[in-house]
Design a protein around this ligand. Structure first.
Ligand code: SF4
Ligand code: SF4
Length: 247
């Protein structure tokens, strides 16, 4: 008889309850929000380690992913605004001024160039995520990378290579749905825990959201104060689903 699963998969309800409790205790401000993102990312890493161990045992799944393998990083990255603010802070604090300015310029150029393109169109055009380092294909954000990127585990490097070489974003990469349950739960939690606190929150495209954050003075305090800052970066529901499922 197969062993009973001990994997605790977050649901939108459990993730929302967790984040709401945290915000009740800590209050909602810039510092508490960015700490929440950090905590959620740490929990995500623990969850993914457990999930990978489980699918290895139960389904023989082995992740083919490794640093420097970036075929999958040629599509749209959807995040929640708190994650975008977290990335923005990372860019401000983790890079030397010259590197930072070059990176910001790259993100802004990408946002402009890819405006209106969905994930499949970016894939066909081989538009690399602006954080994918050109020389070695390492993720330039690695420790701060969004939930959707953390969830990506393919069971087949040849499939990823084939998808890239043929520019066909529909080639199945033999991933496991369970990896994305955590992402979906916390993306949902950001919405459900923050909206009742008067914050305009919905999934956004990362580079456009960063362009808004860098353009608007006091973006985080204005957004926390209820201003709807991210309409220009808003993702359609269809696009969010496609992104989550394909990856
Ligand atoms: S998902 Fe595919 S392309 Fe991305 S790191 Fe894993 S094996 Fe490489
Ligand atoms: S943030 Fe990093 S992991 Fe995510 S798509 Fe960009 S380069 Fe790839």
């Amino acid at each position: 008889m197969a062993a009973k699963s001990t994997l605790r998969i977050p649901t939108p309800e459990s993730a929302t309850a967790l984040l709401s409790r945290y915000l009740d205790e800590e209050g909602l401000n810039e510092d508490s929000l960015l700490r929440a993102v950090d905590l959620i990312q740490q929990r995500t890493e623990v969850f993914l380690d457990d999930a990978l161990a489980e699918v290895r045992d139960t389904a023989g799944f082995e992740s083919a992913c490794a640093a420097g393998c970036g075929y999958c990083c040629h599509t749209l990255v959807s995040v929640s605004p708190p994650e975008a603010f977290f990335v923005a802070r990372h860019v401000e604090t983790a890079f030397e001024p010259e590197q930072r300015e070059a990176l910001k310029a790259r993100v802004l150029a990408y946002a402009e160039r890819t405006q209106g393109m969905d994930g499949a169109q970016r894939y066909v055009a081989r538009e690399p995520c602006p954080f994918l380092r050109e020389d070695d294909w390492y993720c330039g954000l690695h420790t701060a990378r969004p939930l959707v990127c953390r969830a990506m585990h393919s069971g087949s490097l040849p499939a990823c290579r084939k998808a890239y070489e043929t520019r066909d974003a529909t080639v199945p990469t033999n991933t496991m749905a369970v990896f994305f349950e955590n992402t979906k739960a916390y993306m949902s939690a950001y919405v459900s825990a923050l909206r009742p606190r008067g914050v305009a929150v919905y999934p956004v495209e990362l580079s456009t959201a960063l362009a808004i954050i860098w353009r608007e003075p006091d973006a985080i305090s204005r957004w926390l104060g209820g201003e709807d800052l991210f309409d220009g970066a808003r993702m359609g529901a269809r696009e969010v689903v496609r992104k989550v499922v394909r990856r």
